[in-house]
Design a protein around this ligand. Structure first.
Ligand code: NAD
Ligand code: MG
Length: 341
């Protein structure tokens, strides 16, 4: 580096990050705002986030063991995930768009919902009735962004509900041009002999059948230019030993996105999937992982930490936007450096 002022800015950003990390660790409450506080005073105009070493951003393991009953609440996590509540800045990239996001109450879906609203889209989210309090937080955030919010609770393991969900979203939004599937079921079992037919059916119904039903219901509403975004996983390519049934579905989702993309070009609809690595979300602490794995979440990826949902939001935005008009049938990794096949 030859530019002393860059060095000074970088150093002061790092100091603020370290201070913020210290505050978060002491408070034991939230992964929020480490990037937001780093962004604030000396960020150049139009730059939301200054230069920062990604390894130093956000909390690192060890985390505290914190079992929650399924489906888990983001609001009860220690640390609370950062979904961009205090940091995501929109630039009108999705102005006037109409999005349905399943699993939009928490985790990656909430990060997408916040980002979409701040980029100018109206947002409908689906979630389970047990997640009403998390969904209310998303409602407040979408409405604070000046956008319409539609909350549609219900269980996507039922075909009739999937059809109703899509038709209600389209009716209440006045159309539909973005469909994001973030709802997912992940439950840890160390041994295949412990996976019951009921467990297997639950995972496949949530992750694959519902996706099939929802996608079929959504397509007729979607005009040319619309975007469908599925949520796969690094487990699609490199399955963990304790979530075999889940990994099968995530491989199926990636494959579904690639094949459907070819078919839907004729309608002018793009289809892509995102394949996240380990992210700090309610799914992990509500049966998705052993508490031993939660405590060390992200330790085994090159970045040495889990992603925070806000770190994947820009990819959901990019794939939804017409900026990505030549991008379809892709599986995009966001995984702290483990790579794709
Ligand atoms: P999350 O728990 O915050 O979100 C998952 C959501 O799925 C829940 O909020 C819930 O509303 C929804 N859901 C589950 N079963 C449902 C059902 N039967 N009916 C309706 N909704 C249901 O966790 P997350 O990590 O943000 O998960 C979002 C997606 O990301 C999932 O598809 C997950 O497989 C995927 N993913 C997560 C990670 C990670 O490390 N967190 C990694 C790769 C992929
Ligand atoms: Mg949830």
């Amino acid at each position: 580096m030859t530019d002393d002022s860059s060095n000074r800015n970088h150093d002061s950003s790092r100091r603020r990050l370290i201070q913020a990390a210290g505050v978060a660790a002491v408070a034991g409450a939230s992964a929020f705002s480490q990037r937001a506080s780093a962004a604030a005073p000396d960020a150049p105009d139009g730059t939301a986030i200054p230069l920062a070493d990604p390894k130093g951003l956000f909390p690192h393991p060890p985390f505290s063991a914190q079992p929650q009953p399924w489906p888990g609440l983001a609001s009860k996590m220690n640390l609370r995930p950062d979904h961009g509540e205090q940091s995501y800045r929109g630039n009108g990239r999705l102005a006037g768009r109409k999005a349905l996001i399943t699993g939009g109450d928490s985790g990656l879906g909430r990060a997408a919902a916040i980002a979409y609203a701040r980029e100018g889209a109206d947002v409908a989210i689906n979630y389970l009735p047990q997640e009403e309090s998390d969904a209310r937080e998303v409602q407040a955030l979408v409405q604070q962004a000046g956008r319409k919010f539609v909350g549609l609770p219900g269980d996507i393991r039922h075909e009739a509900f999937c059809r109703k969900l899509v038709s209600q979203a389209a009716a209440q939004l006045g159309g539909l041009d973005i469909f994001v599937n973030c709802a997912g079921r992940q439950h840890t079992h160390d041994d295949i002999l412990d996976v019951s037919t009921e467990d297997f059916d639950w995972t496949l119904k949530t992750n694959l059948y519902a996706l099939f039903w929802l996608t079929k219901a959504a397509i007729p509403h979607m005009p040319p230019g619309s975007s469908i975004i599925f949520t796969s996983s690094t487990n699609a390519y490199n399955p963990s030993t304790n979530i075999l049934d889940y990994s099968i579905t995530k491989a199926g989702i990636a494959n579904f996105a690639k094949g459907l993309a070819k078919q839907l070009v004729k309608r002018g609809i793009r289809v892509n999937a995102i394949a996240p690595g380990p992210f700090w979300t309610a799914l992990q602490v509500s049966g998705g992982q052993t508490m031993e794995n939660v405590e060390k979440l992200g330790a085994d990826v090159p970045m040495g930490r889990p992603g925070q949902p806000v770190e994947i939001a820009p990819v959901y935005v990019q794939l939804a936007s017409t900026e990505s008009s030549y991008m379809t049938g892709q599986v995009v990794g966001v995984n702290g450096g483990v790579g794709l096949p």
